[in-house]
Design a protein around this ligand. Structure first.
Ligand code: ADP
Ligand code: MG
Length: 356
């Protein structure tokens, strides 16, 4: 299977409309995206394109996300990653506006791919009658350091190791079992502030500013245990002993750092370290993707080790995983050059094939 890049154009925001930005990206239907501006006129093809009018539900159903959830339940390592410049709608697509509003709970219509996938998992686990155990881990990569967002106290860096049997893995990573949507969503919201030393809520603004510079990875571990023999409903039926094999799949949601080229001019020391780290991991990701896009025979060594991000994504990118990439863009004329680079990046991802 291929990692299907889906493409999402968000609506113009109020600010963009107010200052009179032109809409330069249009969906032509059938997976075609057209970019037209003064000196640019290009059409790109994708397996799924969602324009400004597309609902969160339409994105969930049309992007292949539901199938990805099902494959994860069947034991595959599945990853969805949101790519695009800051403000292009990555977090909105994954989580809905919930990350921004602390006062009002989000309406069900705007819930993102994450909540929809959790609901799907929880429903399926009930309807399949299998004994499904769900747990989650939540990491961020910031300045080329892997941090556990679930561990209490100030964020500390965890070592990323490699073993023959597990591939790359994070040592001492916490994981928390969950059985309801509320439980997992509150887990997402209660992450400690990114840079502060106390566990407190950061302002939405600070959260957003930080999130544009770090990659966050939420991984749901799906363990379907072989079903134990248990009495069937109604007397006299004896035991219903269904013993399927036990399977272990994962479903990982990656909210990537903003893909805009971080300018180093005028930035303080700390900022320029940040800028280098972001550029490094997104470049490494792009590099791995373009090497993977070459025909199998012509492929050279894939440099997963070049960044923490590519190490953590190695399995899903190249090996036995299935990846869905959602490229997010703003339709505004002001974002044109970033939009074109997102389109090129996503077009390369289209050619990668994996063998789960
Ligand atoms: P990113 O995570 O890529 O930086 P956000 O998800 O925070 O971007 O989106 C930027 C702004 O645009 C937010 O205010 C968000 O609510 C809004 N937005 C993004 N996508 C959509 C959409 N499809 N429909 C409506 N509003 C959106
Ligand atoms: Mg974001």
């Amino acid at each position: 299977p291929r990692p299907h890049p889906a493409f999402r154009v968000r609506p113009l925001t109020c600010t963009e409309t107010r200052r009179g930005d032109q809409q330069v990206v249009h969906s032509l239907g059938d997976g075609a995206v057209h970019v037209s501006a003064a000196r640019h006129d290009a059409t790109f093809g994708f397996s799924a394109v969602f324009d400004a009018g597309a609902s969160q539900e339409a994105v969930f159903e049309g992007s292949g996300m539901r199938q990805l959830v099902e494959l994860a339940m069947d034991g595959f390592s599945c990853t969805v990653f949101a790519f695009g410049q800051t403000g292009s709608g990555k977090t909105y697509t994954l989580m809905g506006p919930l990350a921004q509003s602390e006062v009002q709970p989000a309406s069900p219509a705007v819930l993102g791919l994450m909540q929809r996938s959790f609901t799907c998992l929880l429903e399926q686990s009930r309807s399949r009658g299998s004994d499904l155990a769900l747990s989650a881990s939540y990491l961020e990569i910031y300045n080329e350091q892997v941090r556990d967002l679930l561990s209490p106290g100030p964020p500390c860096a965890l070592p990323l190791r490699w073993s023959k049997t597990r591939g790359f893995y994070v040592e001492n990573q916490l994981s928390v079992e969950f059985e309801s949507l509320e439980a997992i969503v509150s887990l997402l919201l209660q992450v400690p502030p990114p840079t502060g030393s106390q566990r407190r809520r950061t302002s939405a603004h600070a959260l957003n500013r930080h999130s544009s510079r770090s990659h966050t990875l939420l991984t749901v571990h799906i363990h379907s245990r072989a079903v134990r023999a248990h009495p069937a409903p109604g007397a006299g039926w004896g035991l219903r002993a269904s013993s399927g094999p036990s399977k272990q799949g994962t479903l990982c949601f990656v909210d990537l750092a903003g893909s805009e080229r971080v300018k180093e001019t005028g930035s303080s020391g700390e900022l320029s370290v940040e800028a280098n780290s972001i550029n490094r991991s997104l470049l490494a990701l792009g590099h791995c993707i373009s090497l993977l896009a070459k025909p199998r025979g012509k492929r050279t060594h894939i440099p997963y080790r070049d960044s923490k991000l590519t190490r953590l994504l190695a399995r899903s990118l190249g090996g036995s995983g299935i990846t869905l990439m959602v490229a997010c863009i703003s339709p505004s004329s002001r974002c044109l050059s970033e939009t074109l680079s997102t389109l090129h990046y996503a077009s390369r991802a289209r050619r990668v094939t994996t063998r789960p």
